[in-house]
Design a protein around this ligand. Sequence first.
Ligand SMILES: [Zn+2]
Length: 510
Amino acid sequence: MRPKPQQILKAREMGVCPWCRYPTEGLTGEFCPECGNHLLSGLGPPDPGNRKRGRVGMLLALVLIVLVAVVQQTGGSGLAKGGGPGGAGGTGGEALPPDAQFEIMAKIFTRFQKMTGDKGLADQAVETLEQMASGEADRVRAAVLAGELKGVEAGRERLARVEKVLPEGSVLRGDIETVRGVYDGAAVEPGAVAGLKKRHGYFGELAASYGLPDTAPERARLIGGGMGLLILTVLVGAAVFLSFVAGVVVLVMAVVGVSSGKVRPAFVPPAPGGSLAIEVVALFAGGFLLLKGVLAVAEGVLAPGQVMWLALVAQWGLLAVFLWPRFVGARGGMRLLGWYRGEGVLKEVGCGVLGYLACVPLFLFGAAVSMVLTVIEAAVRQWMTGVKPPPPQNPLMEIVSGKMGPLMIVMVYLLASLWAPVVEETVFRGGMYRHLRSKWNVVVAAVFTALCFGVMHAYPLLMMGPVIALGFGFALLREWRGSLIASMTAHCVHNAVVLGLLLFAMRLLG
Ligand SMILES: [Zn+2]
């Protein structure tokens, strides 16, 4: 284990290596000839490679990560594009299906409103949807929701308002006529109803089911189940609260343990001068960028469903990056990146679970920061343009919104709960954090790694608080345990639970 500062001083007085007690009298170099560790600093031997490759690797890694971040922000390609940016629908002929977040909001509001019968909730639902609307098609949909929750008159009034600005021959004009027909109880042509459902998804079905008894299966499916949703919300809220409290306790224990010297980090930072760890990071970032490029090209050639499959499968190919240490002949290279058993797999997994609890308060803090920033941004935009901007899009919603087959769901789940923990932990906490720790202290290295980890995700910039906070927490786990098993476990627990809950909630919403 890494010697404490006093132990290093004492060993120096005694003329022995602070790590292995090998006599160092008369030696000149900085490193112990017996164990290879640094004699004065509590650092391990430098990683394989050299200074120059370290500098090039770092520069390359940063440039590539910035490029990936730019691609992610400009909506390059890949998973988040699965559903496509719908909703816009324009004023022209074609109306795209509603985007996932817009539809999900309507589904949740409708179920809670139908369960409670609350008028204020109906007003709030319609107002929110109108604010989120990104085109005339969405305004028709908000009108349908108004007709459902506030009464037919509220719906008719809004439909008339949208109709006024629609060009002659717009498909939406036909859809508005169809909705009116349903409201009137007239016999509506089945083809028109089918078109309504196809173009407006949930909203089309909701409009078509108007007038049926609430207990009719095709209508209950759309408006019922509020109770199940409420129970899930309460349970999740309670679980989050309990994990938060437990996490604060673990954090306090960690601070006390570290400051009293009872908890000692197992991670041994390498002495500066090596490069293997950062080479793997640069290689991964390059591979990821290449993958994005291939997918962008594939989008022009393949169907959207096929692109999504390609994205899901090709991402596993990035595991090839971990052959690099072997390729350059660095024996035990993956061990340096944290691939070893630590104090035993079970103990490390346990530490990962405990560590994840400590990450929960960090995660919630990150989420709170993101929320505040989003509100501030919306206020600034409204002040500058006079228009209230729609809420930011969460790409996760497009992915889990139920437009996937069961096999695709399994693939996405594996990617989140297996690929991400293994690959992202190895690259960021294994490679990048290790390299930075040869020069920087724990906090600076952890923050920097977390920022790089955050911007490589396809979330809107201001919504990255939670990911960055988790990245910071996982880096502390790497410092504590040395082995990556703990941070991989924490990462896996988080992704599996969050994605599992989202998918389950989507099932409830139908
Ligand atoms: Zn030694």
